[in-house]
Design a protein around this ligand. Structure first.
Ligand code: NDP
Length: 302
């Protein structure tokens, strides 16, 4: 058996097209341009790359985008003041503070100062609470991307046994809540889980969000399962760019799974497009607009 490869790059391109169409309609029907503000504190090279690619995609989609680069020494008060200014700026519909922030800044204060309406990273406790209650919420971008890939690969998720390895507020918990809202039977595993291989083997849907290189082996995977690999470990590659490696031993997984996401080229490309989707959604919500085609799933292949 050889697993189907879930091509996140191709899926993300389709979603991007759907968003571009909606952005165009928003402009032509209502004269409104969705606005995204990103804030980077410090000079962490991977964060610089992430923020730059978010800005580039917002521009490519015809959105208004503003990047704030602040020095690593920025005080908490100054960062919170900027977030408050952006909360009040009517041209900005989504605010993303690139994490992690330097030690002198309290991450929770940054998250809770961001207006819930503009919380395109889905990290505000109210956004998380709405998701938990099964209500309308802006959902963290990576979990949203995982769900879209899963719904296309599996179809109806009702009754599937899903195992999510990882319980972070950013990835593991929202993925688990999204799957619960889709009527999966969900198990959340973490570093204290006993006999993790056996837990993983019970999964029809296995989502790995750990950050430990190739931890999940082929014999942890139920034959035919759909595997979503969120993990990214950077492996130094002397003389070249860092290599990105997932949580799943891909070469082993493809021999057992029904479908699997590669790293890179799986969940990663979906994450950034879902940020654009959240900015578009936030913009429509803030203006009470419901007559533009905001994608709710991956648009079909042409
Ligand atoms: P965190 O470090 O916040 O969480 C990792 C989770 O993995 C924790 O819940 C931890 O358990 C669990 N874990 C650690 N070791 C083990 C183990 N041996 N067995 C089982 N569980 C374990 O990471 P994030 O959730 O933020 O990110 C997870 C991965 O996803 C990272 O590699 C990150 O780079 C990647 N990522 C990728 C994105 C993308 O766009 N593709 C976006 C965001 C993240 P415990 O709670 O018990 O400590």
């Amino acid at each position: 058996m050889t697993a189907a490869v879930i091509d996140g790059k191709e899926a993300a391109a389709r979603l991007k097209e759907g968003i571009a169409k909606a952005v165009g309609e928003l402009k032509s029907k209502h004269g409104i341009v969705p606005g995204l503000a990103t804030i980077l504190v410090g000079e962490d090279p991977p964060s610089q790359v992430y923020v730059a690619s978010k800005q580039k995609m917002a521009h490519a989609l015809g959105m208004h985008s503003v990047q704030h680069n602040l020095p690593a020494s920025t005080s908490e008060a100054d960062l919170l003041a900027l977030v408050r200014r952006l909360n009040d700026d009517p041209a900005i519909h989504g605010i993303l503070v690139q994490m992690p922030v330097p030690k002198q800044i309290d991450t929770f204060k940054v998250i809770t100062t961001t207006s819930v309406a503009k919380d395109v990273d889905g990290l505000h406790p109210e956004s998380a609470g709405r998701l938990l209650n099964g209500g309308e919420a802006l959902v963290s971008c990576t979990p949203l991307g995982c769900l879209m890939l899963l719904k296309e690969a599996v179809g109806d998720l009702t009754g599937k046994n899903a195992v999510v390895v990882g319980r972070s507020n950013l990835v593991g918990k929202p993925v688990a809540n999204l799957l619960l809202n889709e009527n999966c039977t969900v198990t959340i595993a973490h570093s204290k889980t006993k006999d993790l291989p056996a837990v993983c083997r019970s999964a029809d849907i296995l989502v790995a969000a750990v950050g430990r290189r190739e931890m999940i082996r082929g014999d942890w995977i139920k034959p035919g399962a759909v595997v979503i690999d969120v993990g990214i470990t950077r492996v130094p590659n002397p003389g070249g760019k860092d290599k990105l490696v997932g949580d799943v031993a891909y070469d082993e997984a493809v021999k057992v799974a029904g479908a699997v996401t590669p790293v890179p080229g799986g969940v990663g490309p979906m994450t950034i497009v879902c940020l654009m989707l959240n900015t578009l959604k936030a913009c429509c919500q803030q203006h009470g607009i419901s007559d533009v085609p905001v994608p709710t799933r991956l648009p079909p292949r042409a």
